[in-house]
Design a protein around this ligand. Structure first.
Ligand code: KG4
Ligand code: ZN
Length: 327
């Protein structure tokens, strides 16, 4: 089954074609980052207008570069909630118009669940191998941080949230921290570069909720702690090495918290498999730290290919395949 996926939940206009949920024929992402950068973050109405402009252009590129015949598309999948309302509305209107023109079904998929599906693209992990297994997934994106118990059957996936952030998401924390140390939007990738040049000099940063016996997260206290630190000692920002060291320490603190809570979930549910998902998993330090931890504990581990960690439409088309079977 050949599905064309469309993603417009935030600031990427993406279209992809995926066969049978996992074989990516083509995946194109047109990023709006350069426009939103000047505002220091994503402006929903601007994102919506740019999606409208870019969707027909990206669609043309997808068909021209892949050589796929438009008549071979069996269904259109569109990323529905969660996302920015104006951006979602534009994508939905475009996708439903396309599905109507092609006379194929329109399948709405959950954007967060599709991040998890990114692990199965190009058969990095065969989802059929996970049927009946005890799987925990950590989803860390710009707007969400969730621990999920994933139940996989051959025609359906069930997502049970067992822990989540009480305030900021991990990606949001990266973006806000970047602003505090004068790094441009999007924060995550820029903080990672700075962190790679620093050391763990600020080892006393708070690790919120680590001592609590639950699977929830909180990152706003860490953000406020750093804010106060920078108010009390503005000199930190004047030294490039201090900014590197603070970035490194911040990244490690987030990583330590994510790992500790994930391991707690794995123990509680006796899981044998850990899947990572979402934009923050593009961070090599976090990814490698998880991989090492899983190796040590003999746990099976997967994270999506780098190009499928952040927003893309291949994950939308992929999840659309399973959803089409549920209909
Ligand atoms: O999953 P995603 O692409 O979009 C949402 O659905 O939110 O995640 C975007 C988030 C942003 O907060 C961004 O700063 C973060 O992922 N991110 C990173 C890295 N690349 C993207 N965070 C840390 N390190 C990275 N390399
Ligand atoms: Zn996303």
């Amino acid at each position: 089954m050949r599905i064309l996926g469309i993603e417009t939940t935030c600031d990427e206009t993406a279209i992809a074609i995926v066969d049978d949920g996992v074989n990516v024929v083509i995946s194109k992402v047109a990023s709006q980052i350069d426009v939103h950068k000047q505002y220091g973050g994503v402006v929903p109405e601007v994102a919506s207008r740019l999606h409208l402009e870019m969707l027909p252009i990206v669609l043309d590129q997808v068909f021209q570069e892949s050589g796929v015949s438009i008549s071979s598309i069996d269904a259109v999948a569109i990323a529905a909630l969660p996302g920015l309302a104006p951006a979602l509305a534009t994508g939905f209107a475009y996708a439903s118009g396309l599905a109507t023109n092609l006379d194929v079904p329109l399948i709405k998929v959950n954007h967060l669940h599709s991040h998890v599906w990114a692990n199965f693209l190009d058969n990095k992990v065969n989802y059929l191998d996970l049927i009946g297994k005890n799987v925990i997934c950590l989803l860390v994106s710009g707007g969400h941080t969730q621990l999920i118990r994933l139940m996989i059957e051959d025609r359906s996936l069930t997502f049970n949230i067992v822990g989540e952030t009480q305030d900021d998401a991990a990606g949001e924390a990266f973006d806000k921290f970047a602003k505090m140390i004068n790094l441009p939007y999007p924060g995550g990738p820029n903080v990672e570069i700075f962190a790679s040049l620093g050391e763990y000099k600020y080892s006393d940063l708070p690790k919120p909720m680590l001592d609590q016996d639950n699977l929830n997260f909180s990152f706003s206290g860490l953000k406020s702690h750093i804010y106060r630190m920078l108010q009390d000692d503005p000199q930190i920002l004047e030294s490039i090495q201090s900014r590197y060291d603070l970035s490194h320490s911040f990244q490690r603190t987030i990583s330590d918290v994510l790992i500790a809570k994930s391991m707690k979930a794995i123990e509680l549910y006796n899981a044998e498999y850990l899947l990572l998902a979402g934009g923050v998993v593009a961070n090599k330090y976090i990814r490698n730290s998880f991989e090492q931890m899983c190796d040590t504990r003999g746990l099976k581990f997967s994270a999506p290919d780098f190009k499928y960690c952040t927003d893309n439409a291949a994950m939308i088309a992929g999840l659309g395949y399973i959803k089409s079977m549920e209909i």
